[in-house]
Design a protein around this ligand. Structure first.
Ligand code: AMP
Length: 285
């Protein structure tokens, strides 16, 4: 596996591979790799000849400094793990590589910035102002550096995939998007780097159990979103967790649904122990 930290280095490798006619696949991550990331690698591997994985804790997508600072960073372990997964190139740049004008200038009008569209409104976009702007900006930057033919995103971040789809379309990136379903622990808890911050990850499976109960009730014919969600939230709150949102939305537009009568997605964000914020989602019908 090739390890690159500099843009120049990585561009040379990619140019070489492209000249050989290889298809470049890309897995974007913030590191602390886990089984969820592995599922992305496994899904994209058969569709590309040269697989790149980026590890970059992108400061501009964090609106909370503490969340950014305590985000797990495990580059050494990530290198080992990426190697065992058959990754060909791991790109782990510094902040200066990606934001040459400095992070402090990103927020000023001096810098050119990519801005997310309407799909970023609500939910994560509303709770974390600027989050999706940071995501699309960094993705556009990395797409330009790594020139992938295909990129993979997990449905764990459901709204993010919708936003990335729009980024690719609106800015004419010649890149196909592969979406991968959520990988879950045996308990049902969605794999996440933030699970490392939990003392009792097993307890957090109450989130998935509550989500499943909504799905079951929908399959029994219940349709009233507010009732369905309120009931389910009680079981999560009983654990001492705090609900950020727990909402049934149109799976395509992400607009809230009063009645579950079109393809519907349950979107969830919960503050678990230690104020760790976990997100999850589930297709209901
Ligand atoms: P992150 O490192 O958390 O930014 O995630 C990088 C990519 O991995 C994103 O596309 C996520 O949606 C995806 N991902 C993270 N956790 C999971 C999971 N449990 N199942 C599927 N994809 C995931």
């Amino acid at each position: 596996m090739i390890l690159c930290t500099a843009k120049k280095e990585v561009s040379e490798v990619i140019a070489q591979k492209k000249a050989q006619g290889l298809t470049i696949g890309l897995v974007p991550t913030m590191g602390a790799l886990h089984v969820g990331h592995q599922s992305l690698v496994e899904a994209i591997s058969p569709q590309c000849d040269f697989l790149c994985l980026w590890v970059f804790v992108n400061p501009t997508q964090f609106n909370d400094r503490i969340d950014y600072e305590r985000y797990p960073r495990r580059l050494q372990e990530d290198k080992e793990f990426a190697k065992t997964l058959g990754v060909d190139l791991l790109f782990a740049p510094s902040e200066e590589e990606i934001y040459p004008a400095g992070i402090q200038n990103y927020d000023s009008s001096q810098s050119v910035r990519v801005r997310s569209g309407e799909r970023a409104d609500g939910y994560e976009g509303e709770r974390r102002p600027g989050h999706f702007d940071g995501v699309v900006h960094v993705c556009a930057s990395f797409f330009n550096i790594l020139q992938p033919d295909i990129v993979v995103f997990g449905e764990k971040d459901y709204q993010q995939v919708q936003v990335i789809e729009q980024l690719l379309a609106d800015l004419h990136f010649p890149i196909s998007l592969l979406r991968v379903p959520i990988a879950r622990e045996t308990s049902g808890l969605a794999y996440s780097s933030r699970n490392l911050l939990l003392d009792d990850p097993l307890a957090a499976s109450c989130i998935y159990q509550a989500m499943l109960s909504v799905k079951e009730n929908v399959s029994k014919g219940r349709r009233d979103s507010k009732e369905l969600c309120e009931e389910a939230c009680q079981n999560i709150e009983a654990r001492g967790y705090r609900i950020d949102y727990f909402d049934i939305v149109d799976a395509e537009t992400l607009k809230p649904l009063e009645e579950v009568n079109v393809p519907a997605q349950l979107l969830v964000a919960v503050f678990a122990e230690n104020n760790v914020r976990l997100i999850d989602n589930l297709r209901l019908n």
